[in-house]
Design a protein around this ligand. Structure first.
Ligand code: GDP
Ligand code: MN
Length: 404
């Protein structure tokens, strides 16, 4: 699960990481109000930032032509205008894809006097099975280019998860970021806070880009997290009801949200052959075999070990709401699951949806004989797959034939 920047800032501040003061809002009037408070509190410049679950906002473009999802404003009136241009409009960035994302919330924050932009992230390194700190003195909007062209400018510090980030490691990274004197101590402390955020929240990623060296009103140097991204590990979310409450369903794929309501594990893909399978492993094998025979899966869908008729019906509804789907492959291995329950569910769903697409069904295992009888008795045009390979070939062929 991802959260918005304004929520990521809340998680970071719990662990002592400093961020510029600011607040979230969802109307131009609200934005103006936050701006007036920040100006009264001593801010000289304000940042208006579109809240979407995607980066690259600074260089993004709104579909109405407005440039940039991050804008700096000197006055509350200016904040009002920028908020009006952004709210209710769709922002397209490198990370959103061409469809873009609707902006319905903004963060209005004090814009500090930035001297230097650094990059800092904590993530899980699967290769060494450890959390790793990634940092670079070349932070800001072009970190992807730094990674591609000059990877040596990104330092990596693996962390022993049993010990946590050790103070000497935090200082080592702070030195690598080019921090000196008082900033070095501040940087090491901030690193420990960022690591704590990652660890305590069961995050999969905490990324601060840019982490900024700023000049305070008193003329001192300080470190501030000017952008923040936190991605949570879904399997750890049950331990964090407060973070679960931060979920923004509007940012998630609608079909995946609908599937979740029925306890179905659905992930939309780009192909045209829908799959309905029980068990994640079998679902992946099914996608592989479709691909092997020259087809392209439209989704991953695991109905679980003991799906009910209602779940099968819901699964069909969800599959069919994807306009790319040109054929369906049902691949069920009845272990705990009674194949006849699935067969009855399929017949009901085909009738309810008036299905006209080719449907190939491969059933095996528990009570498969009555399942086959149920399918036959329905007199529906359901293509029987005798094995996984047979079923995959049949659905690929049927879809190809339909497309002429
Ligand atoms: P992103 O493009 O989605 O990663 O959004 P960011 O929050 O990182 O903003 C993009 C860029 O805008 C940053 O790298 C900064 O250069 C600039 N920026 C963002 N917030 C501020 C701010 O408060 N003050 C100043 N001066 N620049 C900012
Ligand atoms: Mn950023």
């Amino acid at each position: 699960m991802n959260v918005h920047e304004y929520q990521a800032r809340q998680l970071l501040t719990r662990h002592g990481v400093a961020v510029p003061p600011g607040d979230v809002c969802d109307t131009p009037e609200g934005a103006k109000h936050v701006a007036e408070e920040l100006l009264a509190g001593g801010a000289r410049l304000l940042a208006v930032k579109a809240q979407i679950h995607a980066g690259g906002r600074g260089k993004g473009t709104f579909k109405n032509g407005f440039q940039g999802g991050v804008k700096l404003c000197p006055t509350a009136a200016d904040v009002y205008d920028k908020a009006k241009a952004m709210l209710g409009n769709v922002l397209v960035t490198k990370q959103t894809g061409p469809a873009g994302r609707l902006v319905s919330q903004l963060l209005v924050a004090a814009a500090p006097d930035i001297r230097k932009e650094l990059y800092l992230a904590v993530l899980l390194d699967r290769a060494c099975s450890r959390p790793v700190i990634m940092a670079s003195a070349e932070g800001g909007m072009d970190i992807e280019e730094v990674a591609a062209r000059t990877p040596e400018k990104i330092v990596r510090e693996p962390v022993d998860p049993a010990l946590g980030l050790m103070p000497y490691q935090a200082r080592k990274v702070a030195v690598a970021l080019g921090l000196k004197g008082d900033l070095l101590a501040q940087g090491a402390k901030l690193l420990l806070g960022v690591y704590q955020t990652w660890w305590q929240c069961d995050a999969s990623l905490v990324e601060i880009n840019p982490l900024c060296v700023v000049r305070t009103i008193e003329g001192k140097d300080a470190l501030l997290a000017v952008d923040a991204k936190v991605a949570l590990e879904d399997n750890g979310l049950y331990r964090h009801p407060d973070i679960q409450a931060m979920r923004d369903l509007a940012e998630e794929a609608p079909l995946e949200v609908e599937a979740g309501k029925h306890n179905l594990n659905y992930i939309k893909l780009e192909g045209n052959i829908a799959c309905l399978v029980n068990g994640a492993g079998l679902a992946m094998a099914t996608m592989d075999i479709i691909q092997h025979f020259g087809g392209r899966p439209a989704n991953f869908l695991d109905v679980g070990g003991g799906a009910s008729q209602e779940q099968v019906a819901a699964a069909f509804q969800i599959i069919l709401r994807d306009a790319n789907v040109k054929g369906i492959l049902v691949n069920i291995f009845g272990g705990i699951m009674d194949c006849d329950v699935i067969a009855t569910g399929i017949v009901a769903a085909v009738k309810a949806t008036g299905l006209s697409l080719p449907l190939v069904v491969r059933l095996e295992g528990n009570n498969v004989q009555s399942a086959r009888r149920t399918l036959l008795a329905s007199a529906l045009t359901i293509i029987n797959g005798s094995s996984m390979a047979d079923a995959a070939q049949k659905v690929v062929r049927a879809v190809a034939a339909k497309q002429g």
